[in-house]
Design a protein around this ligand. Sequence first.
Ligand code: FES
Length: 102
Amino acid sequence: MAKFVKVGRVGDLADGQAKVVQVDGQRIALFSVGGRYYALEAGCPHEGGPLADGVIEGMRIICPWHGYDFHLKTGECELDPDLRALTYPVKVQDDDLLIEMA
Ligand code: FES
């Protein structure tokens, strides 16, 4: 059954910032963009680059290692449609940031 895990508070991240959180042994990159929060697997699905250290362009995070792009919401990669980052739903509840884990 899916469960929501608290990973921080609204205000922990300024707009355009990211941080890595650990949930159930998985490293997840949490992004704040335009007042919304997005969560992707922290390791790039290409070769494991640190997505939280990438550059945010619109709704995409650009991996700092080789420049592949991943949509913050869907995880889809435009440059290589065979690549896709795992994404996790994020919800805000009473100023807590919660990630849904399967
Ligand atoms: S490791 Fe991310 S683009 Fe290569």
